[in-house]
Ligand binder design. Structure first.
Ligand code: 5RP
Length: 221
């Protein structure tokens, strides 16, 4: 296992401590979350079920015997656990590297607490080095790209990739995101953009970070 994987595994293991008896747990998507699902297996009877943020996560949860619920049937999700591509000191995030940003954002918004689990390579002062993913309705691809260029972004079409919702992803490079909430709002206004991979208006509530030695809960600056 690589050093990066070891850090992902360590933070995923630590996240299990935040799951309480009878909880319905929102479960994100990605390689860090895949480790979390492994650790969920021995305590699967302790929780009442899970809400999955992607088809892939749903399949992995079902494979270990966790009951996966439809979000429409659930009104109370005490905790959502997910990784991120970048985390700033205000716990605002870039997400969507795995393309699951829309369902991730819906579940994050519907959950009481959002616990973000990352290794220390994801911590940044200013968001935007990681290309910002936008989920876009396919017919709007060129139009949205032109609108992004107007605000100095460099959109790249994630080729051969279709989201669980049947849409495409544009990854926007060259963004130095000084006002994350404003940018999230502005990009949301472009017709054809379904979801912006900036989780700024609804940031994480807690961030667990692993380094080579241990796992710590990040303090907000
Ligand atoms: C998927 C995501 C992931 O949380 C993000 O890409 C981090 O993934 P990983 O844990 O594999 O580094 O937003 O849409």
């Amino acid at each position: 296992m690589t050093n990066a994987d070891q850090k992902k595994q360590a933070v995923a293991r630590a996240a299990i401590e935040y799951v309480e008896y009878d909880d319905i747990v929102g479960v994100g998507t990605g390689s860090t979350v895949d480790f979390f699902i492994e650790y969920l297996k021995p305590i699967k009877n302790k929780i009442s079920g899970a809400i999955a943020s992607s088809i892939s996560t749903k399949e992995k949860l079902e494979a270990i015997g966790v009951r996966v619920l439809d979000l429409n049937d659930v009104s109370d999700i005490p905790i959502y656990i997910d990784g991120a591509d970048e985390v700033n000191p205000n716990f605002q995030l870039i997400k969507g590297g795995g393309g699951a940003l829309t369902r991730e954002k819906i579940i994050a918004g519907a959950s009481k607490k959002f616990l973000c689990i990352v290794d220390n390579s994801k911590l940044v002062d200013v968001l935007g080095k990681f290309p910002l993913p936008l989920e876009v309705v396919p017919m709007a691809r060129s139009f949205v790209s032109r609108e992004i260029i107007k605000i100095q972004g460099m959109p790249a079409w994630r080729e051969n990739f279709v989201t669980d919702n049947g849409n495409i992803i544009l990854d926007v490079n060259h963004m130095e995101i000084m006002e994350p909430i404003k940018l999230e709002k502005d990009l949301n206004q472009i017709s054809g953009v379904l979801t912006v991979g900036l989780f700024a208006a609804r940031p994480a509530d807690k961030v667990l970070v692993s380094n080579e030695k241990d796992v710590i809960e990040l303090k907000k600056k």
